[in-house]
Design a protein around this ligand. Structure first.
Ligand code: ADP
Length: 513
């Protein structure tokens, strides 16, 4: 009886415990089965004894298909070695944590995972099971890759930007600068990163102005500023700074970044344009004044003037009108070439005729210079626009006359040379020093020389010559010594056949209608 009383509660207790364990197991199984990450258990040989739904699904298997299979089915050859290594580590130290391993789906496609593994051992330390939790990190990897690409792209963009870029933190300390900004200022990246206000490229005399602009930029009051910066060598240069601010979620400024455009050339061009307008209008006005004066005198004094006086007045007016028309012509050629719409009406041209025409035009203005044309008897034709060629030769001959105050001889000569004809205009005038020769062929370049003070000109002729010659595929240069005269040379392509068009040159070709 006593024995019976003892036995019943013990059996019941055992039964209860078993029920509890079974209940717990069932709960854990439900949790494991429904987990969003993969869970797998293998025996010591590496065969699956349990996989949850997520684990099976991420590999495109069903749980039933995986049970009993060796875990190697889920890896390619290389990644299997990694998984084996992890399994050995777990066997020795009990676990491994968050390792990146690439798994293989049923269809052979691989995907990245993060794995954590453990061993389950018995009381004597014998391995009973290996467990692994596995997260499919494909999406995370894709995001990381997209971010990496985006970063690479923006870094490439910043590095290849023509404009300078600097990035400051909220205290005005440089956190980044691009190569263009370093090139512009002459400061290296290392010299700028970590450097705060006042920045080394702020000219001390503009601290206040730049500081004001910076504060406005920070406050978002304005975004574009025209300022003066300073290069490392102390040179000041004008810039346009366009700024932006980057804020965090609370609206605090995290960084301030600005693009910087060096507008030195722009300013120079502006200045050149102003000079151009004032020079050309001055030239135009003085020539017009002479024409109007001569014509008015001819009209008002008609009755008192002799025939010769009247003729001289009209000739003066005609000469100035001619010169005015040439100036306007040069301006037009320059603007066409500048706008890249210079059209050459090229055809085979006998250079002798061109020179004859130009000499005739020039000598009608009573020059006392002797013009000698020195051409070989046989000269091949050139492929050129005759009127443009006349303009080039006129400009060169006019210069030869203008800059030879002691009069003397002017020679025009030509000689064929391989595929080109070289044409030269030489004078015995004031000559040009080597350093001054480097300044020629640029807009408005007029050399100062007391011997030719008062000689009129707009500093356009040689530039127009260069543009026209180069448009034909030729080149132009000068050889000269001060006091010993100058020779201007230019080349033109020779032609074998009528329709040979030179390869070089910066103009389009057309037929004159
Ligand atoms: P412009 O004659 O109208 O001033 P150009 O462009 O034709 O303009 O010439 C530019 C400058 O080059 C001239 O002002 C002059 O100083 C110099 N130059 C041109 N041709 C000669 C020359 N044959 N001899 C000496 N100086 C010359």
């Amino acid at each position: 009886m006593v024995e019976k009383c003892w036995r019943i509660p013990e059996a019941e207790k055992l039964k209860n415990e078993r029920n509890q364990t079974e209940e717990d197991l069932e709960k854990f199984k439900i949790i494991a089965d429904t987990a969003t990450y993969g869970l797998a258990i293998t025996n010591p040989e590496g065969e699956f004894v349990y996989v949850n739904e997520s684990y099976a699904r991420m590999h495109q298997y069903t749980s039933e298909e995986l049970i009993g299979k060796h875990f190697s089915v889920l890896y390619d050859e290389e990644q299997f070695k990694v998984a084996e290594r992890l399994k050995n580590r777990a066997a020795h130290v009990g676990s491994f944590v968050t390792e990146e391993v690439w798994h293989k789906r049923k269809d052979g496609a691989v995907f990245p995972t993060l794995m954590t593994g453990h061993t389950v051992k018995d009381d004597r330390g014998k391995i009973l099971h290996f467990t692994a939790t596995t997260f499919d990190i494909t999406e995370r990897k894709q995001t990381e890759e997209a971010l990496r690409r985006e970063k690479e792209f923006s870094q490439g963009l910043i590095a290849s930007m023509q404009d300078g870029l600097f990035v400051l933190d909220s205290d005005g300390v440089h956190i980044d600068v691009n190569p263009a900004f370093c090139k512009m200022t002459g400061f290296s990246r290392r010299e700028l990163i970590g450097v705060g206000i006042p920045h080394p490229y702020w000219p001390p005399e503009h601290y206040e102005e730049i500081g004001r602009a910076y504060r406005k930029g920070l406050a978002g009051e304005s975004e574009n500023f025209e300022l003066n910066f300073m290069r490392k060598n102390g040179e000041r240069f004008p810039v346009i700074v366009s700024s932006s601010r980057l804020k965090d979620g609370q609206g605090n400024i995290i960084s301030y970044f600005a693009t910087v455009k060096d507008i030195t050339e722009h300013k120079k061009l502006d200045q050149l344009k102003d000079e151009f307008i004032s020079l050309v209008s001055h030239e135009l006005r003085s020539q017009l004044t002479i024409i109007i004066g001569a014509l008015n005198t001819a009209l008002s004094e008609e009755k008192h003037l002799t025939r010769d006086e009247m003729r001289r007045l009209l000739q003066d007016a005609s000469c100035e009108a001619e010169s005015l028309s040439r100036l306007v012509g040069n301006l037009l050629e320059l603007s066409r070439s500048q706008a890249k719409c210079l059209t050459l009406f090229a055809e085979p041209v006998d250079i002798r005729n061109v020179v004859k025409n130009v000499v005739k035009q020039i000598t009608q203005w009573n020059t006392s210079h002797q013009i000698v044309v020195d051409f070989p008897r046989k000269l091949p034709s050139v492929f050129a626009d005759q009127l443009r060629l006349e303009r080039v030769l006129y400009n060169l001959l006019e210069n030869a006359i203008k800059y030879s105050p002691q009069v003397g001889e002017i020679r025009v000569f030509a000689k064929p040379e391989s595929r080109h004809l070289v044409i030269g205009v030489s004078d015995q005038g004031i000559g040009i020093s080597v350093s001054d020769q480097a300044k020629l062929f640029k807009l408005f370049q007029r050399l100062e020389d007391p011997r030719v003070e008062g000689v009129k000109g707009a500093g356009l002729g040689l530039m127009v010559c260069q543009r026209l010659v180069e448009a034909h595929g030729g080149r132009i240069w000068v050889e000269s010594k001060p006091g010993q005269g100058s020779t201007f040379f230019f080349t033109l392509p020779l032609i074998a056949k009528e329709h040979d068009i030179p390869e070089s040159g910066s103009a389009s070709y057309a037929r004159r209608s």
